[in-house]
Design a protein around this ligand. Structure first.
Ligand SMILES: Nc1ncnc2c1ncn2[C@@H]1O[C@H](COP(=O)(O)OP(=O)(O)OP(=O)(O)O)[C@@H](O)[C@H]1O
Length: 259
């Protein structure tokens, strides 16, 4: 369970000169829940993900995972950024194995898991290539395999499919749900895509413009397993409509969120 209590973040000097990115965030994420985060550009989605990952400490409040205060990156957490951030000099297989290697858990089981993930992601034939020999989409698939290789119980994803073409993006979204069904984990997922936010989530957290606050939390009552055929479902449309109204409904609306 992830507990975000009264978390706030100010970058730079305290007071007038600082940038307040987050204000008074309270959110509890249950085990094996998928929560998506949407909101206008600059509302603090990535910052909130970084606080939960332990990459930066919150200026105010606290993040707890299973009761322990998060003070640094944790072994039970995997993270995927929008850019693949692979090591250019290592092979795809070595990149995927990297978390297991630094945790000194690069045994036969981990290697088998890495091969299996590469198969699922459709890039097994590229295991011995260097990142620059793969397309951007294939590199991103490798980055997702890397985040999953040590079978973390928490997966934090910051617009992981943002740079992919629309078709690959849908395939990867459904693939992520398939992986989640096979090995359930708690997922916090930042996206600019309303359909992606709804199709993945148990709950969608909609954030308001800077300083980022939670505007509303929307429960998505759609059956699982899910696919994009559910876009015609009345519950899908209700959720998507509500998110749109929250984001575009006021004068401060920003148009960088995909309909
Ligand atoms: N390291 C930093 N130093 C100073 N300001 C920062 C830093 N990181 C983020 N910010 C500021 O905090 C605010 C929130 O940024 P953040 O990247 O979390 O927003 P976001 O909702 O993820 O945006 P986007 O949707 O465009 O990716 C922005 O105003 C940004 O300029």
């Amino acid at each position: 369970m992830i507990e975000i209590s009264n978390a706030g973040q100010v970058f730079g000097p305290a007071g007038e000169g600082g940038v307040r990115a987050l204000d008074g965030i309270n959110l509890t994420i249950r085990d094996r829940e998928i929560v998506t985060l949407v909101g206008p550009s600059g509302c603090g989605k990535s910052t909130l993900l970084r606080l939960v990952s332990g990459l930066i400490p919150p200026s105010e409040g606290a993040i707890r995972i299973n009761g322990d205060k998060v003070t640094a990156p944790r072994q039970d957490t995997g993270i995927v950024f929008q850019a693949p951030t692979l090591l250019p000099w290592a092979t795809i297989f070595e990149n995927v194995m990297f978390p297991s290697s630094i945790m000194k858990r690069d045994d036969a089981a981990a290697r088998e898991r890495a091969h299996e993930l590469l198969r699922v992601a459709g890039i097994a034939d590229f295991a011995d290539r260097r990142p620059k020999q793969l397309s951007g989409g294939m590199q991103q698939r490798a980055a997702i395999c890397r985040a999953l290789v040590h079978n973390p119980s928490i997966l934090l994803m910051d617009e992981p499919f943002g740079a992919l073409d629309a078709l690959t993006r849908e395939v990867m979204t459904i693939e992520l749900l398939r992986i989640w069904t096979a090995t359930p984990k708690t997922i916090l997922f930042v996206t600019h895509s309303i359909p992606e936010a709804v199709i993945l989530a148990d709950r969608v957290v909609v954030m308001s413009p800077r300083p980022g606050r939670i505007a509303e939390i929307i429960e998505v009552d759609l059956p699982r397993p899910r696919n994009f055929a559910l876009a015609g479902h009345p519950e899908f449309q209700r959720c998507a409509e509500r998110i749109r109204n929250l984001i575009f409904g006021d004068q401060g609306a920003r148009f960088d969120v995909q309909h």
